[in-house]
Design a protein around this ligand. Structure first.
Ligand code: AGP
Length: 598
C-alpha cells in the first residue's frame, strides 16, 4: 500500500506540488519516496526513507519548473525499502516513469517473460514490470497512450497507476481496486490516492471507477473505459478544509485527532437524532431491510468497533457476530441471502475487509459499509453505506474514527433493532460533551509518567467495555512498541493472571454500579492481591476506587455511551507513554494507515 500523486499545469511548481502531496499521503506508507518530472528529459529522483529524506536529497538539485510530474510514497510489499525499490520505476531506455499502488498478482509470470526477452530488472518490485511492458509496446510502435493501455491490460490484481513519458505533458492513469481520485483545478489538474494530497489547491474532484483510464493534460481530463470509450464523469465539490489536514498546533496528528473527538462525534450525529421522538434516523439506510442474522467483518481497531456493534445487536435480540475479516471465509461461515454483512472500515480500502465483503456479496448477502471515506471501495461496492463522518484521520493509530464507529454502530443498532431507543439516544447525544470533559480533566499524563517503565500493560473490561479493553491494548502496542494485552475481565483467572506482577499495571474499565461492575471489581481484587498496580477507569458509581492505585475519572453515562467515553482515557495514556518514550507516534514503525494487501 502506497500513496501516489500527479500534477499537470503551469500554475504551480511541479516538484513542490508533488512533495507537498506526498507529505499528505505519508499515512499510506513511508518507507521510501520518489518523483518523476517529464520535460524534454525524464528525471527521476527517489530515496529510501520518509518524504523528508527525498526533500533533503533534492536540496540544490535542478528540479523546479516543468509542467508534469508524478510521485509516490511507499509501504513495501515486494522487496524491502531501498532506493532501487522506491517508485517511480522506468523502462530500460528511460522513456516512461510509473508509480503504482496495489499488487500485481501475475507479475512473476510477466517478469519471467520479459527477462527471457532480454529485459534487465533493477528492483524487486512487482511494479517494475509495468514500465517494461510499456517500453516493449513503444518499441513495437504504439503511441504512449496505447502503450500504457496495453500494459495495464496485461496485469492482474489491484492498481492505481500513473505514468509520464519523456517529451510529453500528459499523465496517463488507470484504476482497479485501489483508490484514485482526480483533482480539477484552475491552475492545473491533479491525481492522487486520496484528497488530502491536493486539497490545498482544489476542492473539485472526479472519483475514478474500477476499470477506468484517465488522460490528464493541462487543457482537461478525459476518462475512458476498458474499450477506450469516453465515460461521462461528474465533478464533485468536496467539503474538506485544508486546515483539517494540518496539525493545528498539536505536536502530533494523533493528539489532534484525540482532541477533535467532540467535534467529530457531533458531526457523526448531525441530522441523525430526532430530538422530539427520541429516535435515530438514518436516511441513507431507508431501504435497508434486515431479515436475518448480521455479520460484521473488520480488522484491527475497526474489529473492536465491530465487536461492540455485535454486542449492541445481540442485546436487541438480533443474532449478530463479529469476524476478523482475515479469518472470514464464506465457505466456512454460513452466509446467505437473508444475511446482512457489515464491513466496518475507516479507510474503506482494507484488503482483508474488502475480500470478506466481496465473498459475502457473492454468497448473496446484503452488504453495508460503515466507513469514513466517501466513495471508498467499500462504500462503492456495498449495497449500502453509512458514513461515520469523522473527517480525515492522518495518525496511523485510529482514535477519533473508533469513537465515531462506536456512535455510528449504536445508531445502526437502534435502526435495525427497532424498539424503544430513548435511553440510547439520550446517551448518544451526551457523548460529545462527556468526551470533552474527559479531555479537559484527564490525569492520563500523570498515570503515563508513573508507568512509563512498566514491563507490560494489561486492560480488562466486560460487555461493552471488553472491546474497549482490546482497543486500549492495541493503542498501547502500536505507538509505544511495548507489550500490552486486553482481556475479558472474567478470563483473567483462566490463565493471563500468571503474567501479572508489580511491574504490570492493569487498567480496569469499571463504569456503572450494576452486576457487570461488581464482577469486574472481583477481578480487580484478584489482580490487586497479586501485587499489580491497578488503574481504574471509572465514573465513580462503584467502590472500585478503594482497590485502585490510580483513578482515571469519566463522567457518568449510559452503559452504551460509557464505552466511548472511557476509551478516551486509554487513548491519552497510550499517547503520553509513547510521547515520553520518544516514539514515532504518527507513523509507528512497521505500520501503515491503510492496509491494502491481504
Ligand atoms: C488501528 O490503530 C490501526 N491503524 C489498524 O488496526 C486499523 O484499524 C485496521 O488496519 C483497519 O483499518 P480500516 O478501518 O481502515 O479498515
Amino acid at each position: 500500500m502506497c500513496g501516489i500523486i500527479g500534477y499537470v499545469g503551469d500554475g504551480h511548481d511541479t516538484a513542490d506540488v508533488l512533495l507537498d502531496g506526498l507529505s499528505g499521503l505519508e499515512y499510506r506508507g513511508y518507507d521510501s519516496a520518489g518523483i518523476a518530472l517529464a520535460n524534454a528529459t525524464l528525471d527521476v529522483f527517489k530515496r529510501e526513507g520518509e518524504v523528508s529524506a527525498l526533500e533533503s536529497a533534492l536540496e540544490g538539485a535542478d528540479v523546479h519548473g516543468g509542467a508534469v510530474g508524478i510521485g509516490h510514497t511507499r509501504w513495501s510489499t515486494h522487496g524491502p525499502p531501498s532506493d532501487a525499490n522506491a517508485h517511480p520505476h522506468t523502462d530500460e531506455r528511460n522513456r516512461v516513469a510509473v508509480v503504482h499502488n496495489g499488487i500485481i498478482e501475475n507479475y512473476q509470470e510477466i517478469r519471467d517473460e520479459l527477462t527471457a526477452a532480454g529485459v534487465t530488472f533493477v528492483s524487486e518490485t512487482d511494479t517494475e514490470v509495468v514500465p517494461h511492458l510499456i517500453g516493449q509496446a513503444l518499441d513495437a510502435g504504439y503511441d504512449p497512450e496505447e502503450a500504457f493501455r496495453r500494459a495495464v491490460d496485461r496485469i492482474e490484481g489491484s492498481y492505481a497507476i500513473a505514468a509520464v513519458f519523456v517529451g510529453s505533458e500528459t499523465i496517463y492513469a488507470a484504476r482497479e481496486s485501489s483508490p484514485l481520485v482526480l483533482g480539477v483545478g484552475d491552475e492545473g489538474h491533479y491525481l492522487a490516492s486520496d484528497v488530502p494530497a491536493f486539497v490545498e489547491y482544489t476542492d473539485r474532484v472526479i472519483y475514478l471507477d474500477d476499470g477506468e483510464f484517465a488522460r490528464i493534460e493541462e487543457g482537461g481530463i478525459v476518462v475512458t473505459d476498458r474499450e477506450g470509450l469516453v465515460v461521462e464523469t461528474s465533478i464533485e465539490t468536496i467539503e474538506w478544509d485544508p486546515e483539517e489536514t494540518g496539525k493545528s498546533g498539536y505536536d502530533h496528528y494523533m493528539q489532534k485527532e484525540i482532541y477533535e473527538q467532540p467535534t467529530s462525534l457531533r458531526q457523526c450525529l448531525r441530522g441523525r437524532v430526532d430530538e422530539l421522538e427520541g429516535e435515530i434516523v438514518l436516511e441513507e439506510l431507508a431501504d435497508l431491510a434486515v431479515e436475518g442474522p448480521v455479520q460484521f467483518v473488520a480488522c484491527g481497531t475497526s474489529y473492536h468497533a465491530a465487536l461492540y456493534g455485535s454486542a449492541l445487536l445481540q442485546e436487541r435480540g438480533i443474532p449478530a457476530q463479529a469476524f476478523l475479516a482475515s479469518e472470514y471465509a464464506s465457505e466456512r461461515v454460513p452466509v446467505g441471502e437473508d444475511h446482512l454483512v457489515v464491513g466496518v472500515t475507516q479507510s474503506g480500502e482494507t484488503a482483508d475487509t474488502m475480500r470478506a465483503l466481496r465473498e459475502a456479496s457473492a454468497a448473496g448477502a446484503e452488504t453495508l459499509a460503515v466507513t469514513n471515506v466517501v466513495a471508498s471501495s467499500a462504500a462503492r461496492e456495498c449495497d449500502h453505506a453509512l458514513y461515520i463522518r469523522a473527517g480525515p484521520e492522518i495518525g496511523v493509530a485510529a482514535t477519533k474514527t473508533f469513537a465515531s464507529q462506536q456512535v455510528a454502530l449504536t445508531a445502526l443498532a437502534c435502526v435495525i433493532g427497532g424498539g424503544d431507543s430513548r435511553e440510547v439516544v439520550r446517551g448518544l447525544r451526551s457523548v460529545p460533551d462527556k468526551v470533552q470533559t474527559v479531555l479537559d480533566e484527564s490525569t492520563a499524563r500523570e498515570v503515563a509518567a508513573e508507568y512509563v517503565d512498566a514491563d507490560a500493560y494489561f486492560f480488562i473490561g466486560r460487555h461493552y467495555q471488553y472491546p474497549v479493553a482490546l482497543e486500549g491494548a492495541l493503542k498501547m502496542k502500536e505507538i509505544t512498541y511495548k507489550h500490552a494485552e486486553g482481556f475479558a475481565a472474567g478470563e483473567l483467572k483462566h490463565g493471563p493472571l500468571a503474567l501479572v506482577t508489580e511491574r504490570t499495571p492493569v487498567f480496569a474499565l469499571v463504569t456503572g454500579d450494576g452486576e457487570i461492575a461488581r464482577k469486574t471489581i472481583g477481578n480487580v481484587k484478584e489482580v490487586e492481591a497479586r501485587g499489580a498496580p491497578v488503574v481504574a477507569v471509572t465514573d465513580g458509581q462503584s467502590d472500585v476506587e478503594q482497590y485502585a492505585d490510580h483513578v482515571l475519572r469519566v463522567p457518568t453515562s449510559t452503559p452504551v455511551a460509557a464505552a466511548t467515553v472511557a476509551n478516551v482515557q486509554l487513548q491519552l495514556v497510550a499517547y503520553w507513554v509513547a510521547n515520553m518514550l520518544g516514539r514515532s507516534i504518527d507513523k509507528p514503525r512497521n505500520l501503515a494507515k491503510s492496509v491494502t494487501v491481504e
